[in-house]
Write a protein that binds this ligand. Sequence first.
Ligand code: VG1
Ligand code: CO
Length: 580
Amino acid sequence: FKVSKVETTPFDGQKPGTSGLRKKVKVFKQPHYLHNFVQATFNALPADKVKGATIVVSGDGRYFSKDAIQIIIKMAAANGVRGVWVGQNGLLSTPAVSAVIRERVGADGSKSSGAFILTASHNPGGPNEDFGIKYNMENGGPAPEGITDKIYANTTTIKEYFIAEDLPDVDISTIGVTKFGGPEGEFDVDVFDSASDYVKLMKSIFDFESIQKLLASPKFTFCYDALHGVAGAYAKRIFVEELGAQESSLINCTPKEDFGGGHPDPNLTYAKELVARMGLSKDHPEDNPPEFGAAADGDADRNMILGKRFFVTPSDSVAIIAANAVQAIPYFSAGLKGVARSMPTSAALDVVAKHLNLKFFEVPTGWKFFGNLMDAGLCSVCGEESFGTGSDHIREKDGIWAVLAWLSILAFKNKDNLGGDKLVTVEDIVRQHWATFGRHYYTRYDYENVDTGAAKELIAHLVKLQSSLPDVNKIIKGIRSDVSDVVQADEFEYKDPVDGSISKHQGIRYLFADGSRLVFRLSGTGSEGATIRLYIEQYEKDSSKTGRDSQEALAPLVEVALKLSKMEEFTGRSAPTVIT
Ligand code: VG1
Ligand code: CO
């Protein structure tokens, strides 16, 4: 093939957000748009991670992925990349990409140095919906801010990109290596099985035999919903083929380019079918829901864990996994190095860390901040309130890992009990956890697609307010006299303990004397307008009071948050788009 140099001009707005660049497909389909971003990325990486290197390109299979993969292959060839690895049909979950970067060895003994992941995660897909792209580094984790800032800077000055226009499209539906000859020698495209590296890794972490026994127990029933995302490709292999679950326990497990028209976001609003099956829908009463249910997002890095008629908040989930990991999961049997959560995630994990005397870290939203801690051996288990849970087995959050972690805990708690009358349930485990550690009542309100100017004004208002505690407390007492005092308010700033880098403006926090918190921040993953996130949390230590309805328990704080922020005044919204 030949290398063509194509002249181009910058596009506005190619700034990677919390997790890569996410835009409407129509935006990505503009001539040169994707090309500019890919070239900006190649130019931001150290030369030896491009020239002569091997990179991975795949994603959640959403609409436009197949075209994008062919473009990136041609650009990789032209930029001197030696080999491109592609999951069959272009499918690799985000955690599987991370595993492939870290574990997979090519036929010639080489490893890969990074990956383009093609996904907009939980955002809908299809011709009128979202596409996304992000770059992961050699450790398998998202590019750190130093690199994403450079990518963005490059997109603002780009003048040309390189592409092997005459390279034929590669058949990515068939496993095998295709070799090409270019000006700098051989160039290979290796299409490989999307699941096998990941399945192997999972088998090395968990005790599959004990999970098998649990799933085989007639008293244990199971349901998994991939929301038509890429998780389906792994669910069949792991839950059915490896662990013996029934095929009928999988729903929406065939990956689709448009996620069946749905919103592939595993929460109580969007995972409707699963929520109904688990007996959690008022409109669809279910006589006999399964004991355990779980769902994933489009790229399978998120998870929602449900018990029979019971919802596990993601913040509780990571705390419970951390509390039980050493006994229930072989990978952690030597102990946890430390635990970490994102700032808006509830402090349930903090309490576990204190009890177990573990190192603890609070980082900004987004998985990239956990990677440094893990690379430095400081953190084993981490999580976010946004249905993201994971560990240092890879450098991304991992939806199927979280399900296997929960199944492991259930298998452990029931190991002498599988023949008994009643299993220890998900709900039992959570209630027991609250009884021991106290409960963090938690909810998140999302206001999606708000006018960008209005959202900025609301944040500016809160930043200003935050600077005077006496003023804040006076306003709050005027709203509700029954909430405690705000003792600290700030804009969260993070100094990475490993590399010393500083991330500012990571959300506004109001911390109350009784451990309650209100957090406000703007989303960095949307593709249109602004999304305001409001996180509300209240700690209850008294075990006789941990069984209340969460929205009811949080009602006073919700009222304070909405009035303090003047939510309706700024946004015109009387209610959030989604409550999780
Ligand atoms: C959201 C979540 C954040 C998560 C990010 C990427 O970001 O809040 O916790 O890490 O999505 O997840 P934001 O900036 O919109 O709040 V995924 O599954 O979309 O890669
Ligand atoms: Co995701």
